[in-house]
Ligand binder design. Sequence first.
Ligand code: P6P
Length: 355
Amino acid sequence: MVNTIKGDSIIHNDVDYSGKIVTIERFILEEQRAHPTATGTLTSILYDIALAAKIIASKTTKAGLVEILGSTGRKNVQGERVQKLDEFADSVIYRLNDHTGRLAVMASEEHPDILPIPERYPVGKYVLLYDPLDGSSNIDYNVSIGTIFAIYRRKTQDGPGTLEDCLQKGDDLVAAGYIIYGSSTMFVYSTGVGVHGFTLDRSVGEFFLSHPDIRIPAKAKYYSVNQGYEHYWSEGVRRYTEWLQGKNGSGKKLSLRYIGSLVADFHRNLLAGGVFYYPADRKDPKLPHGKLRLAYEAAPLAFLAEHAGGAASDGRQRILDIQPTQLHQRTPLFIGNSDLVAKAEEFIREYDQAE
Ligand code: P6P
């Protein structure tokens, strides 16, 4: 498949989109046509997620106005306060997908166990894992937040989907993406053939192709890490950060940008070039592997990073090679420009004890 942008023409999968108003539905359908064996089921799942995104976006842009701010008073499996918008996003995504017959099982950051398809509905051949509203602690401060999703084929043959279906390596992803609810609402996804961004036009309620074939710029501009935890970092991570800052004659000239909302930090680095990292640190003995979750945060974003020409590692191995053993397991994450991710692995290899 050839994806090229020549001058002002946009050609993807040999379809020339120049000058056309390309909705997400049209683009996904064209992509489906490029896969002769495609049945359209994956296409429909992506439509359903795009619809969920429009519904969630309708609330995130008014969060300050409607009674949806603040916390439900409950705590999720991570022990974090569940914000009302979290709960709303979680139920919208589940309810738009539980009856379609396209999924065998789901799993969400907000629920301790897998989410079975109700017995009254048929099961399908795909698995959907999602973080309904990542960065939700930022909701009350009007900071960009996001939804992250990962789609696999089921591994079990039939019947209700199982935990095994949800514990798959990122290398086996068939599609992944995120929605960022910020100054504009964008839907960014990949099915393994390029990474493509769509921007929501609220006036018509449509996502339009705005960022075809996203590639991480070769020259990175930013590094993104919570410097407030510096004293908890390993020697390797500390030296890596100094290298990124241009100390000890590294010659790097990167600016620090850290929003504290994973999707927003990742999105900026994807478009501008940079590296985001949330390393293992010693600030919380209960979180020896850092704060971010593998299944529905690190792995789907790693899939996108790689298909945009970048890389993602836990500091020692490729994120997509990690075989999950628990649904909510956490992982250190270094993600962005390949050379910067490789450099992180180099410092960790040289200065940190192997676990
Ligand atoms: P810290 C938000 O709560 C989140 O899960 C991610 O979106 C974000 O990257 C990270 O936590 C920020 O964590 O410890 O830097 O506040």
